[in-house]
Write a protein that binds this ligand. Structure first.
Ligand SMILES: *[C@@H]1O[C@H](CO)[C@@H](O)[C@H](O)[C@H]1NC(C)=O
Ligand SMILES: *[C@@H]1O[C@H](CO)[C@@H](O)[C@H](O)[C@H]1NC(C)=O
Ligand SMILES: *[C@@H]1O[C@H](CO)[C@@H](O)[C@H](O)[C@H]1NC(C)=O
Ligand SMILES: *[C@@H]1O[C@H](CO)[C@@H](O)[C@H](O)[C@H]1NC(C)=O
Length: 331
């Protein structure tokens, strides 16, 4: 049962790839030879772990049977996207052990915001590897990978071909931490809304930088239903009003507000970047359906329905924060 839900959700996410059929440098058929990903824990495959220590168990237990750099027990959406495109799982750019970047690289780290937070990881809990830093890493990777490929030896089997950059799928899943950063600082929802235009402006700048470096196919996830996440429920305002599924309305409305602004930014990008195919992906709806209909899909999922609301989020929160881990590990 759980498997069916995930298959449906992923099919929704990955089928069609509208980016494929758009004009421009992307191949007419959906044959992306590489993926370059930018983001936070929703798509981190080892970045934060490489720099700050491995994501601890239960992350990685069920599917990988070892720490796998994911804040997730199973695979993340980005893993399924790679599999769907018949590409290997993405190595984290920061991971110097066992990595293979021949078909792309992952610049995401858990806790990354779009906007730099002006505080250390210890002070804020947010990754210092904000989107601007991920962009610097990408530019550096682009230039240096080609230099080392030209040196021969093992490098051509570890680094992408030059044309893999213009033909790549560029995926983004980031913004959730920009919203929770305001909550951490005890800002009101209105105060957070007031800075969202700055967040989306910095996001647009990042897309333009990748475009300037030759990227043409962009796959942009909106942010998920914050108010359904156990860690939000436990950390902030348990008194906040609930919707009919037990999710906290104000936080979901905040996520939807961000998503509306993100969609506007994507619309503008489409006019500004004529050779690009920019796809806005409604991950919010997919996750909301998965979470709120969990009780229909077997016991494991029921554990994650918001109305369950355990006050012990040390385990639950970690599991549900980045992904629906037990769900994806059923695959
Ligand atoms: C960080 O500091 C700069 C300079 O004061 C400011 O412009 C920026 O908005 C700050 N970022 C955040 C997330 O508060
Ligand atoms: C890296 O991965 C690619 C694709 O899976 C493979 O062809 C290549 O041999 C790998 N490189 C090394 C050094 O194992
Ligand atoms: C936010 O409020 C909590 C609870 O009142 C307090 O412990 C914390 O220090 C506050 N944080 C900031 C950044 O003001
Ligand atoms: C919280 O969950 C952990 C792991 O499942 C468990 O060891 C611990 O006893 C729980 N704490 C409470 C207060 O229920």
């Amino acid at each position: 049962m759980a498997m069916a839900v995930v298959v449906a959700a992923l099919t929704l996410l990955t089928s069609g790839f509208p980016a494929c059929s758009a004009a421009g440098a992307a191949a007419a058929a959906c044959d992306f030879p590489s993926i370059f990903n930018f983001g936070d824990s929703n798509s981190d495959t080892g970045g934060l772990s490489a720099a700050f220590g491995q994501a601890p168990p239960p992350n990685g237990e069920t599917y990988f049977h070892r720490p796998a750099g994911r804040y997730c027990d199973g695979r993340l959406l980005i893993d399924f996207i790679a599999e769907d495109l018949r590409l290997p799982h993405l190595s984290a750019y920061l991971d110097s052990v066992g990595s293979n970047f021949s078909h792309g690289a992952n610049f995401a780290t858990a806790g990354s915001p779009i906007r730099p937070q002006n505080m250390t990881l210890a002070q804020s809990g947010y990754s210092p590897i904000a989107l601007n830093v991920q962009l610097v890493e990408f530019s550096d990777f682009l230039a240096r990978s080609q230099y080392f490929r030209s040196q021969g030896g093992v490098f051509p089997r570890l680094l992408p071909r030059e044309e893999y950059f213009s033909r790549a799928l560029y995926t983004f899943d980031i913004g959730q931490n920009d919203l929770t950063a305001g909550l951490t600082q005890n800002m009101t929802i209105d105060q957070i809304k007031a800075y969202i235009p700055d967040v989306t402006a910095q996001f647009s700048d990042a897309i333009k930088k990748v475009y300037a470096e030759g990227g043409r196919s962009f796959w942009i996830h909106n942010t998920g239903p914050l108010g359904c996440l156990i860690y939000i429920m436990n950390r902030y305002h348990l008194e906040a009003p609930e919707d009919e599924h037990g999710c906290l309305r104000p936080f979901n409305e905040l996520a939807q507000y961000f998503n509306a602004k993100l969609k506007e930014a994507v619309d503008t990008l489409r006019t500004e970047l004529p050779l690009a195919a920019v796809t806005y992906v409604d991950v919010y709806s997919v996750k909301y359906n998965l979470i709120t209909q969990a009780h229909q899909h077997g016991d494991y999922l029921s554990t994650f329905t918001p109305s369950f609301r355990p006050n012990n989020f040390s385990r639950m929160g970690r599991l549900i924060g980045a992904c629906h881990c037990r769900i994806s590990s059923n695959m």
